[in-house]
Design a protein around this ligand. Structure first.
Ligand code: BGP
Length: 477
């Protein structure tokens, strides 16, 4: 098999709120992640009115990366990482989100972290907003339902671009910006845009308004970033979960088409610089009175991204409700159905490696920009043996199968992929469940769902396997 490009960016990914801890260290403010409790299943975490002393809040200490990052980065270097993806916690830089001046202690922390990476020639890949918006922007402004968030986000982005212009080349604006297409699920709206739906409100309309302000904020940030450093590569980032038609019935085919259009209108706007025609008509037909100005549209055109980051975990199937599906509108909560043609993980997520090759081709045909797989992994219950080993063959098998499909897309189909940073470099807090027991890392962290544990790190079998994959540039899986 022909080798991948020599400069292929092998690495691993995390997010600040899921790995750092230090939730109130050195001036950091509360983010939406800090006010969500743990829970048992997808997206069921509860939102509280703030920090309840004594209760276990998974993101408060996470896995203490805030203090242990020098040793952790050394382990990433031992695996051979060429890059490391994490986010900058917005609330370390602007604790409340609406200040005019950044918090120097927060800026200094990420200086130290990026220096630790660069010491080993590990390129930081930095997400600006990864489900971590300041909670004050939620309570005071209503999150991204408020146009003021455009100013607050671009101020945050510009502060980061200026400070790290010589340390960070690869940036991503909003993590999985398209999750909120699942507008009936509180978790998706609250974590992406900090929006909470009021009684009687049309959640879909609010989602389109908040999503609009986010893509405008992203477009302005891209322009500001390129002024600060023309070499910046600034990307959008989507959860690439392809929707398959549940059957070959024409109404299911149409439903799957609308699902793909709805799930990826965010990246359509951020990559192509304009709204897709179906959406403009749909929003009018639904009488959504949205605040979209001509200046906004001009910004979208000028602020197109340089590449597209994506997470890939699974695919799913969708079905129409009847044979006369009008507008063939899409409601993720109601339209997604069980796909029994593929195996599932411990948390019921479809395991579909070929779906990655399908996705990479679909995105390449649609956007014609470089792609970056910035998340791919399997959450599992890992067992720590008495001699501190973790035999996670299931993770090796999952990642091997997906890397094989990525290589086919790159080498046989000619899809340009910049890099691959599996989720996750080290065990982290699961975003949707708040669980530490839903483990993804190459490195095991001794910390449990009740907050107990030594925080010690242990290399899993997958650590050594991935080290060899990187060493052979993906030739030997
Ligand atoms: C994606 C997020 C990551 C991570 C991942 C795994 O949605 O970008 O932050 O959370 O999913 O999902 P989970 O943590 O819910 O198991």
């Amino acid at each position: 098999m022909t080798a991948l490009p020599k400069n292929f960016l092998w690495g691993g990914a995390v997010a600040a709120h899921q790995v750092e801890g230090g939730y109130n260290a050195e001036g950091k403010g509360l983010s939406v992640a800090d006010v969500m409790t743990a829970a048992g299943n997808y997206g069921e975490r509860q939102i509280t009115d703030g920090v309840q002393p004594g209760e276990f809040y998974p993101n408060h200490d996470a896995v203490d990366f805030y203090h242990q990052y020098p040793e952790d980065v050394k382990l990433f270097a031992e695996m051979g990482f060429k890059c490391f993806r994490t986010s900058i916690a917005w609330t370390r830089i602007f604790p409340q989100g609406d200040e005019t001046e950044p918090n120097e202690e927060g800026l200094a922390f990420y200086d130290r972290l990026f220096d630790a990476c660069l010491k080993y020639n590990i390129e930081p890949v930095v997400t600006l907003s990864h489900f971590e918006i300041p909670y004050h922007l939620v309570t005071e402004y209503g999150g991204f339902r408020n146009r003021k968030l455009v100013t607050f986000f671009t101020r945050f982005a510009t502060a980061c671009f200026k400070r790290y212009k010589d340390k960070v080349k690869y940036w991503l604006t909003f993590n999985e910006i398209n999750n909120q297409i699942d507008y009936d699920r509180t978790f998706s709206l609250f974590t992406n845009s900090g929006v909470q739906i009021k009684p009687g409100e049309n959640a879909e309309a609010v989602m389109y308004q908040a999503g609009h302000y986010e893509v405008v904020a992203s477009a302005i940030a891209v322009q500001e970033g390129h002024k600060i450093n023309p070499d910046f590569q600034i990307g959008a980032m989507i959860a690439m979960t392809p929707a398959y038609p549940a059957t070959d019935k024409p109404v299911d085919i149409l439903k799957a088409q609308r699902a793909m259009q709805a799930r990826f209108w965010f990246s359509d706007v951020q990559v192509q610089g304009r709204y897709p025609s179906w959406l403009t008509r749909y929003q009018k037909a639904k009488h959504f009175a949205l605040d979209i100005t001509d200046d906004d549209l001009a910004q979208l055109e000028k602020g197109k991204v340089d590449y597209l980051g994506l997470s890939y975990y699974k695919s799913f199937a969708v079905a129409a409700h009847d044979d006369e599906d009008d507008y063939y509108s899409y409601n993720e909560t109601n339209d997604v159905v069980e796909n029994d043609k593929v195996p599932h993980s411990d948390w019921g997520w479809e395991v579909d490696p070929r779906g990655l090759r399908y996705s990479l081709n679909w995105l390449n045909d649609r956007y014609h920009v470089p792609l970056f797989i910035v998340e791919n992994g399997i959450g599992a219950i890992d067992k720590l043996t008495d001699d501190h080993k973790i035999h996670d063959q299931y993770r090796i098998d999952y990642l091997r199968d997906h890397i094989e499909q990525m290589k086919l897309a790159m080498i046989d189909d000619g899809v340009p992929v910049m890099g691959y940073t599996p989720w996750s470099a080290i065990d982290i807090v699961s975003a949707s469940t708040g669980q530490l027991s839903k483990r993804y890392g190459f490195i095991y962290v001794d910390r449990n769902d009740d907050g107990k544990g030594s925080m010690a790190r242990y290399k899993k079998d997958s650590f050594y396997w991935y080290q060899h994959v990187i060493e052979t540039n993906g030739d030997d899986l």
